[in-house]
Design a protein around this ligand. Structure first.
Ligand code: ADP
Ligand code: MG
Ligand code: ZN
Length: 625
């Protein structure tokens, strides 16, 4: 029965992992705590029970912009939803409260500070509440990185509605925050749902910051169809990058705390409405963004912690389609952070800061799978050997045992007093003045490497540093062999490394099946244009009309009847009524011109639900065709 509602309202065929279980718990009247990564589909966990149960669901959400978009989206699928915030005019407020009171509203969104008002509490007591959902529940915890004092007033909610089930939702994984949420909201024997934090549709890469500008421009051009967020560490950096990109013909808008509030809001709005593709921002940006179709999140500087990286990169690919995370990393990133850390007064705080920094450096410099590294940080183990969708796993590797032995020996023989450039000279047998004057031409390691260019050799040395076999001096970049480097030589261990240049040059792929990604690009563009027009007419973000997953479904299956259209994920009854005719017209015309058949029903007979394929195969390495 809830499954009927899933199709009728949302147009989805299947639940995502844990959704069905959470919905069961809520429908049973139990309290629950839901921890799912961004894009996991938390909203549905309370929206669907709200549609199924009698009474009105109270939804607490931290940001006005977010509430408005969610309510627009709910209205768009025919659900009776509305919101109350400080900006709601008095007359309208009375209207909305009356509708809630009369049972004409299924979902009522409110800002947390509302709940602190005695008069509002009286109103809540008079309502027939079906459930209370606290979204972004980590905001209630001081241990979280987004603590909001006004969430504290929610501690009262249990007393106001003692018998109403509470569902708290967050993407913050730490144990401490989770416990804090349960205590503060006074959850009663809650059912706990903890999803995997893996984001299978995201691919991860770390690239050297040396040529990051050109690299970024290329990455932005590559995702010409989708939106991108570029994070920078300073306001000045944001403004400069926006200017540089403009000179290269890439329109981007800035977002940082130095801009007027209305400029900030306008820039965010234009991004959400697809009027600009790229936003360059400081960490101030993102909390209010539910945009499902961000295809790239780039960190122009290394983030200060893995939590930050996870959260910010997590804003990409909420819709489950492939998306990328890129971090640009160089030696200066470390300096920039230690500069701040060293100025901290509090010893414990500084130590904690260093711990976070070291974990982040480990991610950037490590030669292990980035995904496995991220998950390990959150206490989760990644099952497979290779994720197939990060720069490390995708890189070609080679047996680096011999070259590593030669490099380490050369470092030792030259007395651990020189940098990579000079060690490379010695190994390649360069007839320079230095090698002569220092008497290094007599060494057994002089000229023993014939098949490496200087830059390839230095790449390998950098990898040996990140593997911990070599260390680089702090004051001068001289190389020394570490204890593990000596053990490596002594034990005659073997070593596999990514092939130097290939690692950077390979395009990334995400672990999502190619099926729905194989769509007709021209038709997709036409459908997008139609979507933009309809969204503008109605004053809503384009994704409220249809998400990219839905448009891609149309552009790969060419539905030409209402029944076929309903079969596309994301097309529910109300949207079929509102937009069906317009989209069918465009598809039919295009299909006619190009001689394309409706593939929907044929595929359905083969039992291939679209969302099920996208999701369940996301983990599979290869999609069986
Ligand atoms: P979260 O709040 O966990 O970050 P959302 O609730 O915003 O995630 O959902 C992310 C995206 O996933 C939305 O575009 C939503 O429509 C889509 N989605 C959620 N559940 C399903 C489902 N069962 N089938 C298909 N798409 C879904
Ligand atoms: Mg959410
Ligand atoms: Zn990997």
């Amino acid at each position: 029965m809830v499954k009927d509602l899933l199709k009728r309202y949302f147009g989805f065929d299947d639940f995502r992992p844990l959704q069905a279980e959470v919905i069961d718990a809520v429908m049973d009247g139990r309290d629950s705590l839901v921890v799912m990564p961004t894009g996991g589909g938390k909203s549905l966990c309370y929206q669907l029970p709200a549609l199924a149960l009698p009474g009105v669901a109270l939804v607490v959400s931290p940001l006005i912009a977010l509430m408005k978009d969610q309510v627009d989206a709910l209205k768009g699928i025919g659900a009776a939803a509305d919101l109350l915030n400080s900006a709601t005019p008095h007359a309208e407020r009375t209207q909305i409260q009356l509708r809630a009171y009369n049972g004409d509203l299924r979902l009522l969104y409110v800002a947390p500070e509302r709940v602190a008002e005695p008069r509002f509490q009286d109103f809540l007591r008079a309502l027939n509440l079906s459930l209370i959902a606290v979204d972004e529940a980590h905001c209630i915890s001081e241990w979280g990185h987004e603590f909001r004092p006004d969430y504290r007033s929610l501690a009262r909610i249990r007393q106001i509605a003692p018998s109403t089930p509470i569902i708290a939702l967050t993407a913050t994984a730490t144990q401490r925050v989770r416990e804090d949420i349960e205590r503060q909201l006074d959850l009663r024997a809650p059912s706990r749902f903890l999803a995997s934090f893996d984001r299978p549709n995201l691919s991860y890469a770390v690239k050297p910051s040396g040529d990051r500008y050109d690299e970024l421009v290329a990455a932005l051009r590559e995702c010409a169809e989708g939106s991108a967020i570029v994070y920078r560490s300073s306001r000045k950096g944001v403004d400069e990058l926006v200017g540089d990109l403009a000179e290269d013909g890439i329109e981007a808008l800035p977002y940082h705390a130095g801009l007027d509030a209305d400029v900030r809001a306008a820039n965010q709005e234009r991004f959400v409405r697809d009027e600009t593709r790229v936003i360059v921002a400081t960490v101030a940006f993102g909390m209010g963004i539910d945009k499902p179709d961000v295809r790239l999140v780039a960190h122009y500087e290394m983030p200060s912690s893995i939590e930050r990286l996870y959260q910010e990169s997590g804003r990409a690919g909420r819709d489950g389609l492939p998306a990328r995370s890129i971090v640009y990393f160089g030696a200066r990133d470390r300096e920039r952070q230690t500069f701040f850390l060293d100025r901290m007064e509090d010893d414990t705080e500084r130590a904690a800061g260093y711990e976070r920094l070291n974990a982040m450096l480990g991610y950037c410099q490590g030669a292990e799978c980035r995904r496995a590294g991220l998950l390990a940080y959150f206490g989760e183990t990644f099952g497979a050997d290779s994720c197939d969708a990060c720069d490390v796993c995708e890189a070609d590797t080679f047996d680096a045992t011999t070259i590593a032995q030669k490099i380490l020996s050369a470092v030792i023989r030259t007395g651990e007093r020189f940098g990579a450039a000079y060690v490379s000279q010695v190994l390649r047998g360069a007839m320079t003045r230095q090698t002569e004057e220092r008497g290094h031409r007599q060494l057994s390691v002089f000229g023993i490497v014939g098949d490496y260019s200087d830059s390839a050799l230095r790449d390998v040395m950098a990898m040996l540093v990140s593997r911990g076999l070599l260390s680089r001096g702090v004051e001068y970049p001289t190389l020394a062999v570490t204890a593990s480097g000596r053990a490596f030589l002594r034990d005659r261990a073997s070593l596999t490394l990514p092939t130097p240049a290939a690692a950077a040059a390979k395009p990334q792929k995400a672990r999502v099946p190619a099926a729905e990604v194989d769509y007709d690009g021209d038709l997709f563009e036409k459908l997008r244009e139609l979507r933009t027009g309809l969204a503008r007419e109605r004053g809503v973000p384009p994704y409220v009309v249809f998400g990219d997953v839905t448009l891609r479904g149309m552009a790969s299956r060419f539905p030409q009847s209402e029944a076929s259209l309903l079969d596309i994920t994301g097309v529910g009854q109300k949207k079929l009524r509102d937009y069906g005719a317009a989209f069918l017209e465009v598809i039919r015309l295009y299909a006619n011109e190009n001689g394309l058949d409706d593939r929907t029903l044929a595929l359905r007979e083969r039992g291939e639900g679209m969302e099920a394929r996208i999701r369940s195969d996301a983990r599979a390495k290869r999609y069986p065709r």
